[in-house]
Design a protein around this ligand. Sequence first.
Ligand SMILES: *Cc1c(COP(=O)(O)O)cnc(C)c1O
Length: 380
Amino acid sequence: MNAPIPAMIPQADPGAGYRAQKEEIDAAVRRALDSGWYILGKEGAAFEQEFAAWLGVGQHAVGCANGTDALALILRGLGIGPGMTVATVSHTAVATVAAVEMVGATPLLLDIDPDTYTMDADELVSVLDHPPPGLPPIAAVIPVHIYGQACDLGPMLEATRAKGIPLIEDCAQCHGASLDGARLGTLGTAAAFSLYPTKNLGALGDGGVLATADAGLAERIAAIRQYGWRERYVSAMVGVNSRLDEVQAAILRVKLTALDAGNARRGAIAAAYDSALAGGPLAPPVRRASAEHVFHQYVLRTPERAAMQAALKAQGIGTGIHYPVPVHLQPAYRDRTPLGPAGCAETAAAAEEVFSLPMYPELTDAQVERICTALRGLAA
Ligand SMILES: *Cc1c(COP(=O)(O)O)cnc(C)c1O
């Protein structure tokens, strides 16, 4: 007789995050609905204050419709647009690059360090010193703290400050992570956070928030997100519509109270995976020594990816690939998007080999143990 097939453990499970706080979330949704005010009201303002306070002293937060818009709003607020280049990476959600083009700027895609999958700091320093010919001047840099771990931000900040260029942190995957004890999202000129349901801080729908210590920039962006209004019906500047609604803000206020504990749980799950992998064919993810990782994703790398994923699937364990096709090889971007001198070779190689294990705070101990047993059984 065949052994019973165990229930599939999904790679991500945003519904589990809702169920874990269901009573509080339902009450918050009811409160927002009963208020009779659905866009830019008390819940949104309270979420912005609570998020800014959680992030750090002196931070200002502005809610918006999604993480892509958070990046684009920062670029607009800084006056970045046509005739300017923004250096970023190809190993990211397409959203990062889409935001640059939304404001009319030209993306320049740099390669990654193959150990941490984050922007190659040496390549950035080199393109800032020797901008690629034929491109508009580099006016901003957007490194991505991918998978929950900091970029090599020190040399990037030094190089951008020396040139007077803003550095915008893409924090869509790193809510709560830090570098040298400082929270990510407080180190650059401004930071963009996605609140997509599967992110470490996730709404139950779309949402985004951006943060900056520059009060003037935050005020300008708050106007830009609503038609450039500082006062109602008066567009002081050209704006867009990108607002966080009251229901999502009320939900996010509840979710924010669980974020630090959720990140700690992710860390414990990562440590269990590390132990289970010891001595096997797959190496645990590399941690940057001075950084605290929040494991948005727990990413492994192997040329035998398809076989490893199939072996795990056969044991009821879902995996994902973040990301299977880098931006510069996507149909909409390839052959037209400028690359840095490294040509994104490490990016293309990583995309062929990376895959992600299940990772969310609501994984039960029994599920983690099942995953660890399967990892111990992986043969070279
Ligand atoms: C999720 C994500 C975004 C975009 O967020 P949306 O809320 O989906 O617009 C941007 N950058 C990175 C690195 C992401 O992971």
